[in-house]
Design a binder for this molecule. Sequence first.
Ligand SMILES: Nc1nc2c(ncn2[C@@H]2O[C@H](COP(=O)(O)OP(=O)(O)OP(=O)(O)O)[C@@H](O)[C@H]2O)c(=O)[nH]1
Length: 453
Amino acid sequence: MYGGKMVLDKLGQSLNNALKKLARASTVDEALVRDVVRDIQRALITSDVNVRLVLDLTKKIEKRALEEKPPAGVSKKEHIVKIVYEELTNFLGKEAKPVEIKAKPTVLLTVGIQGSGKTTSVAKLSRYFQKHGYKVGVVCSDTWRPGAYQQLKQLIEPYGIEVFGNPEEKNAIKLAKEGVEYFKKKGVDVIIVDSAGRHKEEKGLIEEMRQISNTINPHEVILIIDGTIGQQAYNQALAFKEATPIGSIIVTKLDGSAKGGGALSAVVATGAPIKFIGVGEKIDDLEPFDPKRFVSRLLGLGDIQGLLEKFEELSKEVEFKEEDMEKFLKGKFNLKDMYAQLEAMKKMGPLQQILKMIPGMGYSLPDEMVRMSEVRLKKFKVIMDSMTEEELENPEIINYSRIKRIARGSGTTTKDVKELINQYNQMKKFFRSMDKRKLAKMAKRFNMGGFGI
Ligand SMILES: Nc1nc2c(ncn2[C@@H]2O[C@H](COP(=O)(O)OP(=O)(O)OP(=O)(O)O)[C@@H](O)[C@H]2O)c(=O)[nH]1
């Protein structure tokens, strides 16, 4: 699991089974260690990790597991789990290497082979930085695929992120330059330039990157690599790393890819830093890549660290009052609360992911509730402005004649008002139907400001 998404789930499962074998054994002897190491080998090779890399890694694990003595108070089994965790973490690059936003504006250039998920990743990236409080502008210099500009607009304009582009312009370099200048004048913090992606192989890609790069002077060039190509990612990452001193990588499509382990380890092996991973098709399905978090989730060692970080990230963008959260969780809320919650959920997006990350909370929210459209939300707000305080606090009193009055007052239709009330009832019912005990536990954790697990 990563960010609530199933990422490399097969690999995770096999690794977890290997650790279970260890946990179940009555005695930890050499034969058991070798057996567990063999299981780890098999799991990694099945995930398309390069065989030589696998052998190097598992040799280290085996040597340490057999030779190192556990410190006082730690069992042999625990010690071996820790060794596996540490070595896998090192194997995936050890430390997280975030994209730094220092200059204003910071210019990021993205490149990637056709179909790698480049355009989607540009959208996700822009949203990521926006959520972190930056004003973002996106330049579409993809003159090759006319749909790219529209695709970008569709993906991110609803979030208020502007896209600069011109489907008529055929000169990608000119377009990139104009776009960067445009957003510089606008005073944004981050400019993301999406390049053409017309290439099927490394050479053309690198050449185009050089050309655009020389013109716009980006602070960082980000290569988008398709995670489903497994260890083939090595050559792409290597050629790229050699061509730019300021290169970092996003590995996409790690959700459901059987070869994701191979792609990640191959990129790490080139020494190019992986900064994000793509874990789905939606705009919020992008995660900063942190080997420690990644491995602990992969091994099923608990998601708590990641969960805390996720909450920290979310609390920055949404002002959540504790009592609101409790009301919300207990299903006790009125229309005013609902509006605040919808607003919050719209910004959070991955609320569903959060619920899934909490052990034992496999709830899935109706999609409609998670993704509230801007337009609908605005309409709801207008309608609520025409309600009396009494109605907002106690929506049950809203009968048909009140609905008519509210519709008239807000310049909407009775159908719109009814829709709002339906939404309210639906939410209320949904949260009522959730397990009270778990909810109370969760609310308590919120109030404690942490997850005391
Ligand atoms: N499951 C999954 N799908 C992804 C991910 N990232 C991108 N995709 C999908 O991959 C496909 C290609 O993505 P695009 O962003 O259009 O690819 P591109 O590299 O810009 O493509 P071109 O512009 O044609 O070169 C789309 O269907 C995306 O939805 C991911 O992390 N997970």
